[in-house]
Design a protein around this ligand. Sequence first.
Ligand code: GSH
Length: 204
Amino acid sequence: MIKVYGGIYSRASMVMCVLETLGLEYENISMLPRSEATQSEEYRALNATGKLPTLVDGDLVLWESQAILFYLARKYGDALLWVDTLEQEADLYRWSLFISNQIEAPALDMLLAVKYAQGEPDQSVIDAQVQTLARFLPVLENHLQGEEYLVSGKLTVADFHGATVMSWPKVAGFDYTPYPAIESWLRRILALPVQKKVRSQASV
Ligand SMILES: N[C@@H](CCC(=O)N[C@@H](CS)C(=O)NCC(=O)O)C(=O)O
C-alpha cells in the first residue's frame, strides 16, 4: 500500500488530499516536522533531507511535495487532477513553479515567524515578507480573475499545492481583501470536503 510520511501540520496534508481525491488507499505515518522521528536513521534512509513529506509507492521512494503530486496525478489521475495537453501541462508547471519559486519562501517565513516565535512574533520579519508578496500577488490576482481554478478551468494538483502555500500568510494575519480573486479561490480550495476529511483523519 502507498505510504505517506508526515502529518496534517506539514505539506503531507496536500499529498493526502490528492490521494483522497483520487480514491487511493494509503497508510499515513504521521510525524511532525523537525521531530525526532524525522531525524531517525530509518526515516533519513528514505529522505536524507529529514523533511516531510515522503511518499513510498512500491519500489518508488519520492520526496519534494510537488514531485509527489505530479507523480500521483500522472500515475493514477486518469484525467482527474491533471490536464489534457502539453500546453496545459506547461501552464500547470508555470503556476505551480511560480508559487513555489516566488511566493513559497516569503509565505513560509511569515508562518514560521508566528509558529516559532518566542513571545511576540517579529513584526519586521513579517512586514519584509509582505513587501515581497506585494510584487507577485497582483500577477496571481490578475490570472485568477473570473477563474475558479489555477489552470485549465478544472481542479488540479496545482490548486492543492498553491492553496496550501497561500494559506500560510493568513496565520501571520495577512489579509487577502485587496486580492478578491485570490481570496475566493483560496476559500474554494480550502473548503473542499476532502480537506476536512484529511484533517479529521489525522492524529497530528
Ligand atoms: N520543498 C520541500 C520542502 C519540505 C519541507 O520543508 N517540509 C517541512 C514540513 S512541511 C519540514 O519537514 N521542515 C522541517 C525542517 O525544515 O527541518 C517540499 O515541498 O517537499
